[in-house]
Design a protein around this ligand. Structure first.
Ligand code: SF4
Length: 57
């Protein structure tokens, strides 16, 4: 299986159809003035070295 966010257990679709949040680590404080914490946004085709394949029941 190709190692990309789309197939990673930490990725959750969010926002635009091909965008999502990486939940590999705790959310981070906003850098844009919001008091909310945010998970990093990634595109469906991106990846990183922390990839773990999503388990499918
Ligand atoms: S950035 Fe890395 S850990 Fe996060 S969803 Fe994509 S592949 Fe997974």
């Amino acid at each position: 299986m190709e190692q990309k966010c789309e197939f990673c257990r930490f990725w959750k679709k969010f926002g635009k159809p091909k965008d999502g949040e990486c939940h590999r680590s705790a959310p981070l404080p906003s850098t844009q003035g919001s008091d909310k914490t945010l998970w990093p946004m990634t595109h469906i085709d991106q990846w990183c070295g922390e990839f773990q394949e999503e388990e499918i029941d």
